[in-house]
Design a binder for this molecule. Sequence first.
Ligand code: HEM
Length: 161
Amino acid sequence: MLRPALRRLVLVLHVGVSVGWLGAVAASLALGVTGLVATGPGVVRGAYLLLEPVGWALLVPLSVAGLATGLVLSLGTRWGLLRHYWVLFKLLINLVATGVLLLYMRTLSAVAAMAGDPATSLDDLRTPSPVVHAAGALVLLVVALALSVYKPRGRILILAS
Ligand code: HEM
């Protein structure tokens, strides 16, 4: 079990990185929408170029840090990893969102390469895909945030020793 002071420190880290991840997803959504609706060629190309570094510098590290600190909190407190449905659902949300993100980084690299190539027209560059992915991630993370705060009672009876 974590001592109270250490538990609070890990909780500060966990809330910081998890909610930071949510914020970075919202920024990615804004970039994706900008790419779709902006009229200036520089703005459209810039938006699609930025999605990749935002992914590597923010989305990937924050998602992994949220998972790592969440695991420490679950295993180091009475909540446990497989005792309460709200913790299990958050774990599944994190694993699904991080897995899809890691696969999707290849698409963001390809989009950034096209954005940097003057031979690619703006019409060929514009794609709803980043908006769809960021919107889906945002919904998942808001559900995870609500689960964290409301902590619904349900316990996983088989494992709730
Ligand atoms: C997916 C994104 C996640 C978000 C947005 C998120 C958010 C939060 C927030 C805001 C809290 C503070 C709640 C409070 O103190 O009332 C919290 C606590 C907690 N989270 Fe997460 N979390 C996420 C992922 C995870 C994961 C993957 C796990 C487990 C593997 C986890 C396990 C926990 C536990 C056990 C607590 C309670 C800690 C305590 O009371 O000491 N979280 N989370």
